[in-house]
Structures are given as structure tokens and as C-alpha cells.
Design a protein around this ligand. Sequence first.
Ligand code: MGD
Ligand code: MGD
Ligand code: MO
Length: 766
Amino acid sequence: MTVKRPEGIEDYNEPAGGWGALRAVAKTLAHQQVIAQGTATLLKANQPEGFDCPGCAWPDPKHTSSFEFCENGAKAITWESTAKRVGLDFFEAHTVSELWQWIDHKLEDQGRLTHPLIYNAKADRYEAIEWSAAFEIIGEQLRNLPDPDMAEFYTSGRASNEAAFLFQTFVRAYGTNNFPDCSNMCHEATSVGLPLSIGVGKGTVTLEDFDHADAIFSFGHNPGTNHPRMMTTLHEASRRGVPIIVFNPLKERALERFAAPQNPVEMVTLSSTPIASAYHQVRAGGDLAALKGLMKSIFERDAADIAAGGKGVLDRDFIAEHTVGIDALKADVEATDWAAILAVSGLTRDAIESAVDVYLNAKNVIVCYGMGLTQHSNGTANVQQVANLLMLRGNIGRQGAGIAPIRGHSNVQGDRTVGITEIPNDALIDGMERAFGFRPSATKGHNAIEAIEAISEGRSKALICLGGNLAVAMSDPDVTFAAMRKLDLAVHLATKLNRSHLLTAKTSLILPVLGRTDLDTQASGPQAITVEDSMSMVHASRGFLKPPSDQLKSEPAIIAGIAKATLGDRYGIDWDGLIANYDRIREKIEVVFPDFHDFNKRVRVHGGFRLDVAASDRRWNTETGKANFLLAPGLDEDPRIKDPNVLVMTTIRSHDQYNTTVYGLDDRYRGVFGRRDVIFMNRDDLAARGLADGDVIDVEAAYYESDVDRPRKAARRFTAVAYNIPQGAVAGYYPEMNSVVSLGHYDRKSGTPAYKGVPVRIVRSL
Ligand SMILES: Nc1nc2c(c(=O)[nH]1)N[C@H]1C(S)=C(S)[C@@H](COP(=O)(O)OP(=O)(O)OC[C@H]3O[C@@H](n4cnc5c(=O)[nH]c(N)nc54)[C@H](O)[C@@H]3O)O[C@H]1N2
Ligand SMILES: Nc1nc2c(c(=O)[nH]1)N[C@H]1C(S)=C(S)[C@@H](COP(=O)(O)OP(=O)(O)OC[C@H]3O[C@@H](n4cnc5c(=O)[nH]c(N)nc54)[C@H](O)[C@@H]3O)O[C@H]1N2
Ligand SMILES: [Mo]
């Protein structure tokens, strides 16, 4: 008997990848009307002399790329190189109030922006403006602010090293450190947590390390969708017999079974390779408990082994020579009892012991993790416990072993490296002084949440966004959207129209930019930009397509235009000279950050170069001079969750989206077609509420402290879908579910919003 499922919901039984992925690429090309030009574009992605795929930050091996088979890379590129345009006629035809009613997908699907635009409030329309006039208006308004700290400068992680470096140079010369950044909503827990543990806020492994790993652990990331080229690495590892142990509340198909489109045998025989050797469906927010469980078992086995006359299972030499704090960690873990660990993690003791068997049998272990660990109120603690787990066996700074945060945007790591930070350290300030002859302020600026708070409270009046869709990416649209409308000045450098642009300020401008795939020609000729991938490899990227309109400027050129109009010749910075030839920007980067020595030379070598990651060589840039075992007292994701009726909601990406960019309404591997208004729930949780698969429900936030005198945050009239997810956890799509996330719910250590640990109640819709 087949059970009838809700509209658009199916049980998906295919492996990930395979022909389905190739069919999806063809469909995307057709939809963006780029058949001929598009295929040529795809062949240049991640190739020497080509451009870096804007889809993700996973590295490529030096001589081969699996890019041509990457479905979601193809979507990212065709979305940018689309033949569709939003020209002046479009803005004449539609008022901003009308566009506000459109769904996010439709806004961006109109195509590439072609002209600089300014909002005319009387007509409620965006209208054309000359570049020089746009720069003058922005410059004048920034100069007239009583205090530079009343402006916010947001960076989204697609910006190149050159654009980001120039942006931070301009902003520091202007006089503030207010750098809200997409990273604040993403891997900030890594950037804050790991320096305290191991002295560097980045991963320690290289792509080659995966060839030498004896076991791979994966926490909270979905590579089949978000880092598709990583599937090639996992596929190879699995075929070599390397155990892959997954901790994820959802059974993500690509982590279960994957058919590599570049493998002729799998394609022709319709076979696939199992990826995870064990799949542990941890409860959303249960990772701290799971990690402590793993470590508790390791300490128990160590004691037992020593009692039996063995040498124990810890790497005692590494611990003695390289670390501090093992005794306190051991005491903390021993004081945590198993019953609590099992209840909070949602895992059985057998599951944890089996994962420990694998961990201890392997000489070299890599732990990979993504948003499932970082976007929690204890995100920093999660990341630090991963480092602890690895350090117990010396799995850091050795071939085939290490920590692998799987980054988000294709250059989010690079933007950070070249100075996008609200907390400039001495090295950065000294470097800026060396390069430009002025000493920037050391005062801490605003991160993303602090920026929204400042705008909301009227303390900040101007917002300049180097890409992104800040208002939609941020939690709490009730607060965030209202805040944006209070601004005096909002400026968006963008490729495509999005909702943030429609939250107009007194003065609002949209400045259209060249994308990664576009040819960027400056006074000295065609330019290349550089990016840094998840494994600290820096390499060049060159676009080659004819730009969507002759009005577009590159991001560096626009930043220079705003800088000149704002600062005049303050500090004698030669903005025009820097733009004429990006080599000159790179020369400045090298002066500020000595790690980039011989930048222009090394980036011209195919494959680029790796930045120094001290922890990879067991050099520890921490205050103790050692790697630190750090404590995370307690277990709970959120102490406010005390009511058994409360569930933990995690917010996830579908297979057809890039952050707030929604390419389409399917989520093929999860069996969802033509809709996004669904909430995945465990059958027992449905039954306990008298609900059934397909019922229409409301998701209401359950924040005890803040609910009292405010209307409850909610997302209404969504469809409950019975799904294989642990009891106590539910999942919905980002960004739709942001209306349930309170702005005040974030990791106190890193400021990362707790998008993956939202306390909610599910009730039948009225
Ligand atoms: N195609 C595509 N590529 C992308 C992006 C995109 O949107 N689309 N976004 C880019 C960006 S900016 C980023 S940051 C990355 C994001 O890449 P990921 O980190 O993979 O992002 P998410 O889809 O948010 O979800 C991660 C996974 O965590 C699991 N999860 C949820 N909650 C928990 C939890 O509490 N514990 C554990 N262990 N797991 C949990 C989810 O089931 C999901 O499998 O991808 C980048 N690449
Ligand atoms: N609930 C929930 N919220 C989340 C998350 C979650 O998992 N759950 N994830 C968070 C994460 S990890 C991140 S990184 C943020 C993402 O936050 P953002 O980085 O701000 O958002 P994006 O959706 O990537 O930005 C898309 C816009 O960028 C512009 N754009 C695209 N390419 C370019 C370019 O080359 N140059 C310029 N100048 N503009 C360009 C386009 O106009 C497009 O509309 O969202 C966060 N929000
Ligand atoms: Mo991200």
C-alpha cells in the first residue's frame, strides 16, 4: 500500500550525483538562456587562466578539477552569467512597493543589474544616476556624519582579496572599524574559537591530507549540496576503505550514497558508492554532548588500557610537548554523566562507542565540520571540543590529520585574511601604517549583530554593503527590516536585485558590479583578482565574459570611487593608480601582511600558493605557546529549553539555493519538489501533537525571557512533513525561518546567530 504524501513530497531513493545531477545542469543552463555561452563558461571554471568558481570554497587539486561535473557550481555560474537583465525599463515598470511583494527567487531571477541606480521616494522607483554623481552623494553623506562610527561597512564573502583589502583600507582611513561581515553569521565560531585552541582561526589540513587520512569524521555539513567538489574527495576516500563517520540529524543523501558523474562505470551501470560507513543522527544542538561522549569514552578506555598494563590510548608525547589543560578537560568530561550525554545528544551508548572504535583504530583522523556546529549558542564551544578531540591523539599538525572547517562563500576566508575584521590586531594596524603612512584606530567596531542593533537604535545612520543580502541573511526580520528603513544612507554593490535593496533609506543607491565570470579591464589591461580557499591556498581568478552592460564597474573601482569622493587626498593614497593595475593593490597587501611575500610572482604560478598555517607545523601562536585544551561546561544547546513541548529547530539550505539566492523551488535529495514552505518533523513528535504528515502548522519561537511583552515570533501556515529526523528536532529552510529567530539568540563568544538551535513550538494553524 502506498501512503499518500503531501503535495510535492516524495520519498527520494536514488543516490546523490549521477545522471540526476547532469540533467539538473542542463535544465539550469536552459532556464538562464545561456546554452552556447554558458557551456563555454563552465569549461573555464577552476582551470588555469580561468575564474574561480563562486559556488564554494573547496579547493581543487593542482592539475585536475572535477568542476565540469559540479551541479551546484554550474548553477552558481550560470546564475551570474545569465543572459537576463534588469535594465532601466524594468525599474520604470515596477515601483519598489510592488517589487516588495515578489518572492526572493523572482527578484533575483530577473537577471543582472545594468545601471547605477538611486531611489526616488516620490515616484517610489529606482532611477538611473551617473557614477560620478553617485560617488559625490555617498562621499558627501559620509563626510557629513558627525562620527565615522555611525557608518557600517558590510562584506559578503564573494568579494575578492583585492576588493576586500581596498574596502578595509578605505574604511580605516575614513575612521571606523565597523565591519559587519557574512562570516559573523557563518564560521565566526571557528575564527574566534580556534585561535584560542590552536593559535590559528583556520583549518590545518590540505587537500593532500585527505589522501593520507585513515578516518574522516563529518559534523554538520552537507557537501552533496554545498561543497559538491568535496564529494570527489569523499568518494575516493570511501573507495580506499577509509571509514567516514557522519554526525548529522538529517540523513543527507550524498553522505549516504554518491554516484560520481565523472566515473564512467558508476554512470553506465547506475551504481553508486556508499559514503558514510556510520551515520549518527545526533539531535540538532546535541553535538557538544556527542563530542563529550566521544572524549569520555576515550578517557575510560585509556584508563582501562593502563590498568591492564598497556600504554594507554592517548598520544602522551604530543600532549606533554604541545598542549596545556588536559587534566581540567578530563575532570570536566568525567564529571559529565552518561545519562545526560545520551539524552542531550540523542545517540545511544553503542553509537558513541562504535565511533570511538573507529577513531582509535585510525592513526590519522580528519574532522570536517560546517554550519551544524557553528550556528549554535555554543558554536565556539563546539568548535573547541572538536580541537580537543583531535588533540587527544595528536591529530593536528601531522600528515593526514587535522581540523577542516568547511568554509562558506568562495572567498570568505580570504576577506578575513586581508583585513575585514572589526577587531584589528596590532599586526594589522602596524601593517597599515607601513603601507599607507597612517595609523588606524584600534577601537573595536561592530560585527553583524552589533551593526543591526546600532542601526535599529539610531546610533548608526549609513550602511555600505560590498555584496550580499544582509537584511535577509540576518535573523529577526521584524527588527532587522525595520532598522534598515531608518537609515539615512544605504548603498549596495551588487550583481542582482534582492530584498535588502528594497528596504530603502532616505538615500538609497544600487551600484552594479562585475562578477567573477566577467572580463575586468582597467587602464593597464585585463585584470585578475585573487581568492583563498578553505585550505589557505591563494590563487588567481580571471573572468572573460563580455560584461552585462558597459555601465558596470569592478568592485575595486567602485570602492576607489567612493573613497576618493569621501576622503579627497587624505593620506595621499593613490586610488586611481591602485585601480589601474591590481598588481599595485597586491603590492600593498604584501606590505601589510608579510605572509603574502612575492605575492604577484607566486600568484602567477599555476595553482597559486599556500599561506602559512602555523598549527599545521605544530607551531602554536597562543598565549601559552601551546595548543590549549579548552573547557565547555555543561551540555545544553540552550538552557532556556526546559519545556518538553519545545523542539529545537535547525534551518538548512535546499539543493536549489545559494544562501538567500533561491535558484528554484526543488530540494531533490530530500524529496521536495516545487515548494519550500515545509517543516521536517519526526513522526512521534507529530503524533504527540495530534498532527499528521501534511497538516498545516505554525512555528512559534519559544524564547522564555523575551516573549513576555512582545508578540511571539512565528512563521505561519507551513506544511509539516514526516521525515527521518531525531525526536526533539525539526528542520525548515533558511531564510524563510529567520522570522522565528530572535536577534538576541546568538553565541555570546563569537556573535554567531543560533540559526541551528532555535527553540520552537509547533501548533496547528488556525
Ligand atoms: N549550493 C550552495 N553552496 C553553498 C551555499 C549554498 O547556500 N548553496 N552556501 C555557502 C555558505 S555561505 C556556507 S556557510 C556553506 C554552508 O554549508 P553547510 O555547512 O553544509 O550548510 P547548511 O545547509 O546550513 O547545513 C549544514 C548541515 O548541518 C546539518 N545540521 C543542522 N543542524 C545540526 C546540528 O545541530 N548538528 C549537526 N551535527 N548537524 C546539523 C544539516 O542537516 C545540514 O546537513 O555552503 C556554501 N556553499
Ligand atoms: N536562518 C539562517 N540564516 C542564515 C544562515 C543559515 O544557515 N540559516 N546562514 C548564514 C550564512 S553561513 C551566511 S554566509 C549568510 C549569507 O549572507 P550574504 O552573504 O549577505 O548573502 P548572499 O545570499 O550570499 O548574497 C546574495 C547577494 O549577493 C549579491 N552578489 C552575488 N555575487 C556578487 C558579486 O560578485 N559581487 C557583489 N558585490 N555582489 C554579489 C547579489 O546581489 C545577491 O543577491 O547568511 C546567514 N544566514
Ligand atoms: Mo556562510
